[in-house]
Design a binder for this molecule. Sequence first.
Ligand SMILES: [Zn+2]
Ligand SMILES: [Zn+2]
Length: 257
Amino acid sequence: MDYNFHTHTKRCRHATGNDEDYIKCAIEAGIKHLGFSDHAPFIFPDGFENRYRIPMSEGESYISDLKILREKYRNQIEIKIGFEMEYYPKYFNEMLDIARKLEAEYLILGQHFILSEYPNGIGAGGPTDNSEYLKIYVDEVIEAMKTGVFSYVAHPDVMCFTGNDLVYESEITRLCLASRKLDIPLEINLAGVRYNKFYPAEKFWKIAGIVGAPVTIGYDAHRAKDLLNTEQLISAESLMNRYNLNYIGIPKLKPIW
Ligand SMILES: [Zn+2]
Ligand SMILES: [Zn+2]
């Protein structure tokens, strides 16, 4: 695998290491196309800023620091600079404006919350058996795909639904059909593999395979050395074989305007 567009930096406060180490590890891992996609900065109208994001005050330096490194390594690796961002119907225009002003080059969707996160949002990682929440998650992801600015959906199986299997099947089929129709890939998330999380969720990928939704892979690196772990790729490959997934390889990045 010679690409990865899901890379964080220490600015989000739950990733560690220097930016340059991520680039060095990527080169060592044979990655030719590296994308940084740290959690997009955003401040809610009442001033609340969630602590898992790049602080707004560091948005500009995130981009400019990485641009300097991009120049330094330009002969060894191609680097893109973007964000992992949620789609919150209430705040989408504002969030997109921030990303555009900072001149982010691409966005991946990471729908970590439903119902716009704050003040009444719900973390997608649940777990929950509430069918209504699952439907809202799928609606929001599909709406996000329709905006045309997200290059792919990171961990599309992040919603930890423990309720009725038939409801899960019909909702996730809806999500996968939209991905296929709109040609927006779904990411097998390697952080889930590394940390043995509930995702990649077998029941999700089984449906993705049946529908034939386009599939890509992201390391979701929060440490530079995450890029060197080859075992996780073997797991992803066996998942793809198990469910006959429509693996497209490197995703095409979409412009954000
Ligand atoms: Zn993160
Ligand atoms: Zn994420």
